[in-house]
Design a binder for this molecule. Structure first.
Ligand SMILES: [Zn+2]
Length: 457
Protein backbone atom coordinates (compact mmCIF):
# COMPACT_ATOMS: atom_id res chain seq x y z
CA UNK A 1 0.00 0.00 0.00
CA UNK A 2 1.25 3.50 -0.90
CA UNK A 3 1.77 5.55 2.23
CA UNK A 4 0.94 9.29 2.40
CA UNK A 5 2.61 10.02 5.73
CA UNK A 6 5.19 8.35 7.94
CA UNK A 7 5.90 9.25 11.54
CA UNK A 8 9.21 7.76 12.65
CA UNK A 9 11.11 7.27 15.89
CA UNK A 10 8.36 8.44 18.23
CA UNK A 11 6.90 6.92 21.38
CA UNK A 12 3.26 5.97 21.12
CA UNK A 13 1.65 6.72 24.48
CA UNK A 14 -1.92 5.53 24.91
CA UNK A 15 -4.11 3.77 27.47
CA UNK A 16 -1.80 0.72 27.30
CA UNK A 17 1.40 2.60 28.12
CA UNK A 18 4.41 3.67 26.07
CA UNK A 19 6.24 1.95 23.19
CA UNK A 20 8.64 2.99 20.45
CA UNK A 21 6.90 2.86 17.06
CA UNK A 22 6.81 3.95 13.45
CA UNK A 23 3.42 4.78 11.96
CA UNK A 24 2.42 4.67 8.30
CA UNK A 25 -0.71 6.52 7.17
CA UNK A 26 -2.63 5.88 3.94
CA UNK A 27 -5.96 7.38 2.87
CA UNK A 28 -6.47 9.02 6.25
CA UNK A 29 -6.09 5.81 8.25
CA UNK A 30 -3.37 4.08 10.19
CA UNK A 31 -2.07 1.60 7.61
CA UNK A 32 0.98 0.28 9.49
CA UNK A 33 2.06 0.35 13.11
CA UNK A 34 5.43 -1.26 13.70
CA UNK A 35 8.40 -1.23 16.03
CA UNK A 36 10.88 1.52 15.15
CA UNK A 37 12.50 0.79 11.79
CA UNK A 38 9.90 -1.82 10.81
CA UNK A 39 7.81 0.06 8.19
CA UNK A 40 7.50 -1.17 4.63
CA UNK A 41 7.75 2.12 2.72
CA UNK A 42 6.07 2.50 -0.65
CA UNK A 43 5.18 5.66 -2.56
CA UNK A 44 6.68 9.01 -1.60
CA UNK A 45 5.22 9.80 1.77
CA UNK A 46 5.79 12.91 3.85
CA UNK A 47 8.24 11.84 6.57
CA UNK A 48 8.03 13.24 10.09
CA UNK A 49 10.82 12.50 12.56
CA UNK A 50 9.28 12.27 16.03
CA UNK A 51 12.49 11.43 17.92
CA UNK A 52 12.12 12.48 21.55
CA UNK A 53 8.37 13.11 21.11
CA UNK A 54 5.24 11.31 22.16
CA UNK A 55 2.61 10.34 19.61
CA UNK A 56 -0.83 10.42 21.23
CA UNK A 57 -4.25 9.44 19.89
CA UNK A 58 -6.19 12.61 18.97
CA UNK A 59 -8.26 13.77 21.94
CA UNK A 60 -12.04 13.32 21.93
CA UNK A 61 -14.01 16.10 23.65
CA UNK A 62 -17.64 15.13 24.17
CA UNK A 63 -18.81 18.44 25.66
CA UNK A 64 -18.29 21.53 23.49
CA UNK A 65 -20.47 24.57 22.74
CA UNK A 66 -19.83 26.37 19.41
CA UNK A 67 -22.63 29.02 19.51
CA UNK A 68 -23.31 29.11 15.76
CA UNK A 69 -25.68 30.03 14.22
CA UNK A 70 -27.20 32.21 16.94
CA UNK A 71 -24.05 33.77 18.46
CA UNK A 72 -21.13 33.34 16.02
CA UNK A 73 -19.48 36.40 17.57
CA UNK A 74 -18.84 34.26 20.68
CA UNK A 75 -17.66 31.23 18.70
CA UNK A 76 -18.54 29.58 15.42
CA UNK A 77 -17.59 26.17 14.11
CA UNK A 78 -14.45 27.57 12.43
CA UNK A 79 -13.05 29.28 15.52
CA UNK A 80 -14.20 26.60 17.98
CA UNK A 81 -12.66 23.79 15.97
CA UNK A 82 -9.49 25.84 15.35
CA UNK A 83 -9.21 26.05 19.15
CA UNK A 84 -9.77 22.29 19.34
CA UNK A 85 -7.04 21.66 16.74
CA UNK A 86 -4.60 23.82 18.71
CA UNK A 87 -5.32 21.68 21.76
CA UNK A 88 -4.82 18.30 20.03
CA UNK A 89 -8.57 17.63 20.06
CA UNK A 90 -9.46 15.86 16.81
CA UNK A 91 -13.12 15.09 17.52
CA UNK A 92 -15.68 17.30 19.24
CA UNK A 93 -19.27 16.49 20.13
CA UNK A 94 -21.24 19.72 20.06
CA UNK A 95 -24.17 20.54 22.33
CA UNK A 96 -27.68 21.16 20.94
CA UNK A 97 -28.12 24.78 22.03
CA UNK A 98 -28.68 26.71 18.80
CA UNK A 99 -30.91 29.57 17.58
CA UNK A 100 -33.65 27.04 18.25
CA UNK A 101 -32.74 23.98 20.32
CA UNK A 102 -31.89 20.92 18.20
CA UNK A 103 -35.17 19.07 18.84
CA UNK A 104 -36.07 18.54 15.14
CA UNK A 105 -34.08 16.73 12.41
CA UNK A 106 -34.32 19.82 10.14
CA UNK A 107 -32.43 21.85 12.73
CA UNK A 108 -29.84 19.09 13.15
CA UNK A 109 -29.33 18.89 9.38
CA UNK A 110 -29.02 22.68 9.07
CA UNK A 111 -26.36 22.76 11.79
CA UNK A 112 -24.53 19.91 10.12
CA UNK A 113 -24.42 21.83 6.82
CA UNK A 114 -23.26 24.96 8.59
CA UNK A 115 -20.49 23.14 10.45
CA UNK A 116 -19.29 21.13 7.45
CA UNK A 117 -18.35 24.36 5.64
CA UNK A 118 -15.39 25.24 7.82
CA UNK A 119 -14.60 22.79 10.57
CA UNK A 120 -10.98 21.94 11.35
CA UNK A 121 -11.63 18.70 13.28
CA UNK A 122 -14.23 15.95 13.08
CA UNK A 123 -17.49 16.54 14.86
CA UNK A 124 -20.76 15.06 16.01
CA UNK A 125 -23.93 16.89 17.01
CA UNK A 126 -26.15 16.32 20.02
CA UNK A 127 -29.93 16.48 19.76
CA UNK A 128 -32.64 17.30 22.28
CA UNK A 129 -35.50 14.96 23.27
CA UNK A 130 -37.78 17.53 24.96
CA UNK A 131 -40.56 17.20 22.38
CA UNK A 132 -41.31 13.85 24.10
CA UNK A 133 -42.44 12.79 20.61
CA UNK A 134 -41.15 9.27 19.81
CA UNK A 135 -41.26 9.94 16.04
CA UNK A 136 -39.12 13.07 16.31
CA UNK A 137 -36.67 11.54 18.75
CA UNK A 138 -36.16 8.46 16.57
CA UNK A 139 -35.83 10.71 13.50
CA UNK A 140 -33.07 12.66 15.26
CA UNK A 141 -31.21 9.43 15.97
CA UNK A 142 -31.64 8.34 12.35
CA UNK A 143 -30.40 11.76 11.14
CA UNK A 144 -27.11 10.95 12.88
CA UNK A 145 -27.33 12.66 16.28
CA UNK A 146 -24.33 11.47 18.31
CA UNK A 147 -26.32 11.57 21.57
CA UNK A 148 -29.06 13.52 23.36
CA UNK A 149 -28.75 16.24 26.01
CA UNK A 150 -31.13 17.59 28.60
CA UNK A 151 -31.00 20.21 31.35
CA UNK A 152 -33.06 19.44 34.46
CA UNK A 153 -33.41 23.18 35.12
CA UNK A 154 -35.15 26.14 33.58
CA UNK A 155 -32.99 28.57 31.64
CA UNK A 156 -32.78 32.37 31.57
CA UNK A 157 -35.90 33.65 29.77
CA UNK A 158 -33.80 35.50 27.15
CA UNK A 159 -32.24 32.15 26.12
CA UNK A 160 -35.58 30.28 26.02
CA UNK A 161 -35.68 29.47 22.29
CA UNK A 162 -32.08 28.29 22.26
CA UNK A 163 -32.99 25.73 24.90
CA UNK A 164 -36.26 24.60 23.28
CA UNK A 165 -36.59 20.87 23.76
CA UNK A 166 -33.47 20.69 25.93
CA UNK A 167 -34.74 21.91 29.28
CA UNK A 168 -36.95 19.24 30.92
CA UNK A 169 -37.76 19.99 34.53
CA UNK A 170 -40.41 17.60 35.82
CA UNK A 171 -39.46 14.06 36.75
CA UNK A 172 -42.37 12.51 34.82
CA UNK A 173 -41.30 14.32 31.64
CA UNK A 174 -37.67 13.31 32.17
CA UNK A 175 -38.87 9.73 32.63
CA UNK A 176 -40.80 9.90 29.35
CA UNK A 177 -37.86 11.43 27.44
CA UNK A 178 -35.43 8.83 28.78
CA UNK A 179 -37.79 5.95 27.93
CA UNK A 180 -37.81 7.03 24.29
CA UNK A 181 -34.07 7.79 24.15
CA UNK A 182 -33.43 4.30 25.60
CA UNK A 183 -35.00 2.81 22.45
CA UNK A 184 -32.39 4.59 20.29
CA UNK A 185 -29.48 3.14 22.28
CA UNK A 186 -27.84 6.58 22.35
CA UNK A 187 -26.47 8.35 25.42
CA UNK A 188 -28.58 11.00 27.14
CA UNK A 189 -26.23 13.59 28.68
CA UNK A 190 -27.73 15.46 31.61
CA UNK A 191 -26.94 18.81 33.22
CA UNK A 192 -28.09 17.75 36.67
CA UNK A 193 -29.15 20.52 39.05
CA UNK A 194 -32.58 20.48 40.69
CA UNK A 195 -34.68 23.38 39.44
CA UNK A 196 -36.67 23.99 42.63
CA UNK A 197 -33.58 24.05 44.83
CA UNK A 198 -31.83 26.42 42.41
CA UNK A 199 -34.80 28.78 42.62
CA UNK A 200 -34.71 28.60 46.42
CA UNK A 201 -30.95 29.19 46.44
CA UNK A 202 -31.35 32.24 44.24
CA UNK A 203 -34.10 33.67 46.43
CA UNK A 204 -31.98 33.15 49.52
CA UNK A 205 -28.94 34.77 47.91
CA UNK A 206 -31.06 37.84 47.06
CA UNK A 207 -32.75 37.92 50.49
CA UNK A 208 -29.37 37.85 52.24
CA UNK A 209 -28.06 40.59 49.89
CA UNK A 210 -25.12 38.38 48.92
CA UNK A 211 -22.90 39.65 46.11
CA UNK A 212 -20.07 38.31 43.97
CA UNK A 213 -19.02 34.67 44.26
CA UNK A 214 -20.94 34.25 47.54
CA UNK A 215 -24.23 35.02 45.77
CA UNK A 216 -23.50 32.59 42.94
CA UNK A 217 -22.33 29.82 45.27
CA UNK A 218 -25.49 30.22 47.40
CA UNK A 219 -27.64 30.20 44.26
CA UNK A 220 -26.21 26.82 43.15
CA UNK A 221 -26.07 24.78 46.37
CA UNK A 222 -24.47 21.35 46.35
CA UNK A 223 -27.86 19.95 47.40
CA UNK A 224 -29.28 21.00 44.00
CA UNK A 225 -26.65 18.91 42.23
CA UNK A 226 -26.88 15.93 44.61
CA UNK A 227 -30.70 15.94 44.37
CA UNK A 228 -30.70 15.96 40.57
CA UNK A 229 -28.01 13.26 40.33
CA UNK A 230 -30.03 11.10 42.76
CA UNK A 231 -33.10 11.54 40.54
CA UNK A 232 -31.12 10.60 37.45
CA UNK A 233 -29.74 7.49 39.15
CA UNK A 234 -33.30 6.33 39.83
CA UNK A 235 -34.63 7.33 36.41
CA UNK A 236 -31.73 5.69 34.54
CA UNK A 237 -32.40 2.43 36.37
CA UNK A 238 -36.16 2.70 35.81
CA UNK A 239 -35.89 3.43 32.08
CA UNK A 240 -32.57 1.67 31.33
CA UNK A 241 -31.55 4.73 29.32
CA UNK A 242 -27.79 5.33 29.04
CA UNK A 243 -27.57 8.43 31.21
CA UNK A 244 -24.35 10.47 31.28
CA UNK A 245 -24.00 13.15 33.96
CA UNK A 246 -21.99 16.11 32.66
CA UNK A 247 -19.69 18.32 34.75
CA UNK A 248 -19.89 16.63 38.17
CA UNK A 249 -18.50 18.85 40.90
CA UNK A 250 -19.10 17.48 44.39
CA UNK A 251 -18.35 14.57 46.70
CA UNK A 252 -22.02 14.41 47.68
CA UNK A 253 -23.23 13.79 44.13
CA UNK A 254 -20.37 11.31 43.53
CA UNK A 255 -21.74 9.10 46.31
CA UNK A 256 -25.01 8.66 44.40
CA UNK A 257 -23.02 7.78 41.30
CA UNK A 258 -21.11 5.12 43.26
CA UNK A 259 -24.39 3.67 44.51
CA UNK A 260 -25.71 3.58 40.94
CA UNK A 261 -22.64 1.77 39.63
CA UNK A 262 -22.91 -0.82 42.43
CA UNK A 263 -26.51 -1.41 41.35
CA UNK A 264 -25.48 -1.88 37.71
CA UNK A 265 -27.34 1.22 36.50
CA UNK A 266 -26.40 2.25 32.92
CA UNK A 267 -24.91 5.56 34.03
CA UNK A 268 -21.61 7.36 33.40
CA UNK A 269 -20.20 10.74 34.32
CA UNK A 270 -17.58 13.33 33.54
CA UNK A 271 -15.90 16.20 35.28
CA UNK A 272 -14.18 19.16 33.65
CA UNK A 273 -10.72 20.71 33.97
CA UNK A 274 -11.86 23.78 35.93
CA UNK A 275 -13.30 21.68 38.78
CA UNK A 276 -10.00 19.78 39.02
CA UNK A 277 -7.73 22.82 38.83
CA UNK A 278 -9.61 25.44 40.86
CA UNK A 279 -11.83 25.72 43.92
CA UNK A 280 -13.90 28.36 45.71
CA UNK A 281 -10.78 30.45 46.33
CA UNK A 282 -10.60 31.13 42.57
CA UNK A 283 -14.35 31.78 42.45
CA UNK A 284 -13.96 34.47 45.13
CA UNK A 285 -10.83 35.95 43.58
CA UNK A 286 -12.21 36.20 40.03
CA UNK A 287 -15.98 36.74 40.52
CA UNK A 288 -17.79 36.81 37.16
CA UNK A 289 -14.67 35.57 35.35
CA UNK A 290 -14.90 32.29 37.26
CA UNK A 291 -18.68 31.95 36.96
CA UNK A 292 -19.36 28.41 35.77
CA UNK A 293 -22.45 26.31 36.53
CA UNK A 294 -22.30 24.39 38.78
CA UNK A 295 -19.86 26.69 40.62
CA UNK A 296 -16.30 25.95 41.67
CA UNK A 297 -16.57 24.03 44.96
CA UNK A 298 -14.55 23.78 48.21
CA UNK A 299 -11.09 22.20 48.05
CA UNK A 300 -12.44 18.99 49.61
CA UNK A 301 -14.71 18.46 46.59
CA UNK A 302 -11.83 19.08 44.22
CA UNK A 303 -9.89 16.34 46.04
CA UNK A 304 -12.93 14.03 45.84
CA UNK A 305 -13.10 14.51 42.06
CA UNK A 306 -9.45 13.48 41.66
CA UNK A 307 -10.12 10.43 43.84
CA UNK A 308 -13.15 9.56 41.70
CA UNK A 309 -11.01 9.68 38.56
CA UNK A 310 -8.45 7.39 40.18
CA UNK A 311 -11.04 4.82 41.37
CA UNK A 312 -13.04 4.89 38.13
CA UNK A 313 -16.24 6.44 39.51
CA UNK A 314 -15.78 9.21 36.94
CA UNK A 315 -15.57 7.78 33.43
CA UNK A 316 -14.21 10.58 31.26
CA UNK A 317 -12.99 14.17 31.13
CA UNK A 318 -14.60 16.83 28.93
CA UNK A 319 -14.04 20.56 28.53
CA UNK A 320 -17.54 22.10 28.70
CA UNK A 321 -16.03 24.81 26.49
CA UNK A 322 -18.73 27.48 26.87
CA UNK A 323 -17.63 30.72 25.22
CA UNK A 324 -19.04 34.13 26.17
CA UNK A 325 -17.49 37.50 25.30
CA UNK A 326 -15.82 39.63 27.99
CA UNK A 327 -18.51 42.33 27.93
CA UNK A 328 -21.14 39.63 28.52
CA UNK A 329 -19.28 38.17 31.50
CA UNK A 330 -18.56 41.53 33.08
CA UNK A 331 -21.58 42.80 35.02
CA UNK A 332 -22.30 44.23 38.41
CA UNK A 333 -24.81 41.53 39.35
CA UNK A 334 -23.08 38.16 39.12
CA UNK A 335 -26.45 36.35 39.03
CA UNK A 336 -27.30 38.20 35.79
CA UNK A 337 -24.13 37.20 33.89
CA UNK A 338 -23.97 33.98 31.85
CA UNK A 339 -22.27 30.87 33.25
CA UNK A 340 -19.43 29.34 31.27
CA UNK A 341 -15.90 29.88 30.05
CA UNK A 342 -13.87 29.12 26.92
CA UNK A 343 -11.25 26.50 27.81
CA UNK A 344 -10.56 24.15 24.88
CA UNK A 345 -6.98 25.37 24.54
CA UNK A 346 -6.30 24.86 28.24
CA UNK A 347 -7.99 21.50 28.61
CA UNK A 348 -5.71 18.66 27.37
CA UNK A 349 -2.43 20.53 27.98
CA UNK A 350 -3.28 21.27 31.62
CA UNK A 351 -4.70 17.82 32.28
CA UNK A 352 -1.57 16.15 30.87
CA UNK A 353 0.55 18.46 33.00
CA UNK A 354 -1.38 17.32 36.10
CA UNK A 355 -0.51 13.75 35.13
CA UNK A 356 3.17 14.72 34.78
CA UNK A 357 2.91 16.12 38.31
CA UNK A 358 1.73 12.72 39.53
CA UNK A 359 -2.04 13.22 39.99
CA UNK A 360 -2.83 10.24 37.74
CA UNK A 361 -0.82 7.77 35.68
CA UNK A 362 -0.10 9.23 32.23
CA UNK A 363 -1.74 6.28 30.47
CA UNK A 364 -4.87 6.71 32.62
CA UNK A 365 -5.05 10.43 31.83
CA UNK A 366 -4.66 9.77 28.12
CA UNK A 367 -7.37 7.14 28.31
CA UNK A 368 -9.74 9.67 29.95
CA UNK A 369 -9.12 12.02 27.00
CA UNK A 370 -9.20 9.47 24.16
CA UNK A 371 -10.24 5.80 24.33
CA UNK A 372 -12.78 6.13 27.12
CA UNK A 373 -14.88 8.95 25.65
CA UNK A 374 -14.64 7.27 22.22
CA UNK A 375 -15.91 3.97 23.65
CA UNK A 376 -18.68 5.60 25.65
CA UNK A 377 -20.05 7.39 22.57
CA UNK A 378 -19.59 4.43 20.21
CA UNK A 379 -16.69 5.96 18.24
CA UNK A 380 -13.98 3.47 19.20
CA UNK A 381 -11.71 2.28 17.58
CA UNK A 382 -12.31 4.63 14.62
CA UNK A 383 -11.55 7.41 17.12
CA UNK A 384 -9.58 7.33 20.37
CA UNK A 385 -7.13 4.64 19.27
CA UNK A 386 -3.90 4.34 17.30
CA UNK A 387 -4.13 0.93 15.65
CA UNK A 388 -4.27 -0.34 12.07
CA UNK A 389 -7.58 0.73 10.52
CA UNK A 390 -8.24 3.59 12.94
CA UNK A 391 -8.57 7.14 11.63
CA UNK A 392 -5.10 8.72 11.60
CA UNK A 393 -6.01 11.28 14.29
CA UNK A 394 -2.69 11.95 15.99
CA UNK A 395 -0.97 14.44 18.26
CA UNK A 396 2.77 15.06 18.37
CA UNK A 397 3.60 16.11 21.89
CA UNK A 398 6.81 17.22 23.61
CA UNK A 399 6.49 15.88 27.16
CA UNK A 400 9.51 17.81 28.48
CA UNK A 401 8.73 21.35 27.27
CA UNK A 402 7.81 23.98 29.85
CA UNK A 403 4.96 26.20 28.72
CA UNK A 404 2.87 29.15 29.89
CA UNK A 405 -0.71 29.89 28.83
CA UNK A 406 -1.06 33.15 26.91
CA UNK A 407 -4.78 33.43 26.19
CA UNK A 408 -4.14 36.33 23.76
CA UNK A 409 -2.81 33.74 21.29
CA UNK A 410 -5.88 31.48 21.55
CA UNK A 411 -8.06 30.69 18.56
CA UNK A 412 -11.31 30.98 20.53
CA UNK A 413 -13.22 34.19 19.79
CA UNK A 414 -14.07 34.45 23.48
CA UNK A 415 -10.42 34.17 24.55
CA UNK A 416 -10.71 37.43 26.50
CA UNK A 417 -12.97 35.70 29.02
CA UNK A 418 -10.48 32.95 29.88
CA UNK A 419 -8.74 35.00 32.57
CA UNK A 420 -8.51 32.23 35.17
CA UNK A 421 -6.23 30.30 32.80
CA UNK A 422 -3.99 33.17 31.66
CA UNK A 423 -0.39 32.87 32.88
CA UNK A 424 -0.66 29.30 34.19
CA UNK A 425 2.56 27.32 33.80
CA UNK A 426 2.43 23.71 32.66
CA UNK A 427 4.64 20.88 31.49
CA UNK A 428 4.42 19.62 27.93
CA UNK A 429 3.53 21.15 24.55
CA UNK A 430 1.33 20.15 21.65
CA UNK A 431 3.43 20.54 18.51
CA UNK A 432 1.24 19.12 15.78
CA UNK A 433 -2.33 17.88 15.38
CA UNK A 434 -3.30 15.52 12.57
CA UNK A 435 -6.90 14.71 11.56
CA UNK A 436 -7.34 11.67 9.29
CA UNK A 437 -3.77 12.06 8.05
CA UNK A 438 -3.96 15.83 7.39
CA UNK A 439 -2.01 18.28 9.54
CA UNK A 440 -4.43 20.86 10.95
CA UNK A 441 -2.16 22.50 13.53
CA UNK A 442 1.61 22.94 13.60
CA UNK A 443 4.13 25.30 15.26
CA UNK A 444 1.46 27.36 16.95
CA UNK A 445 -0.62 27.86 13.77
CA UNK A 446 -3.82 26.34 12.48
CA UNK A 447 -2.89 25.20 8.96
CA UNK A 448 -4.36 23.71 5.81
CA UNK A 449 -7.94 23.49 4.65
CA UNK A 450 -10.74 22.90 7.10
CA UNK A 451 -10.93 19.12 6.77
CA UNK A 452 -13.35 18.27 9.58
CA UNK A 453 -16.20 15.92 8.76
CA UNK A 454 -19.49 14.92 10.28
CA UNK A 455 -20.32 11.49 11.46
CA UNK A 456 -18.54 11.13 14.75
CA UNK A 457 -20.82 8.45 16.10
ZN1 LIG B 1 -22.12 22.56 28.75
Amino acid sequence: MRLDLIIRNGSLVDEHGERAVDIGVADGRIAQLTITGGLTVTGEPEIVDAAGLWILPGFVDTHVHCRAPDHPEREDFASGTAAAAAAGITTILEMPIAAIGVAHPDILNARRELAERDTHVDFGLYAAPGSLDPKLIHALAEAGACAFKIFTLSVPTDRGRSFEGISIINEDDIYRALSIVAETGLICAVHAENDALLRLGREQARAQHLTGADAFIAAHPQAAEAMAVAWMVVLAEATQARVHIVHMTSAWALDFLRLAKRRGVPISAETCPHYLLFDETTAREHGCWAKIAPPLRPASDRAALWAALVDGTLDILASDHAPFLPHEKEAEDILATPSGLPNLEAFPPLMLSEAHAGRLAISHMISLLTARPARLYGLYPQKGAVQPGSDADLVLYDPKAQSTIDTSTWQSRSRGSARIFHGLHYQGRILRTIVRGKTVYQNGQVVGRAVGAYGAR
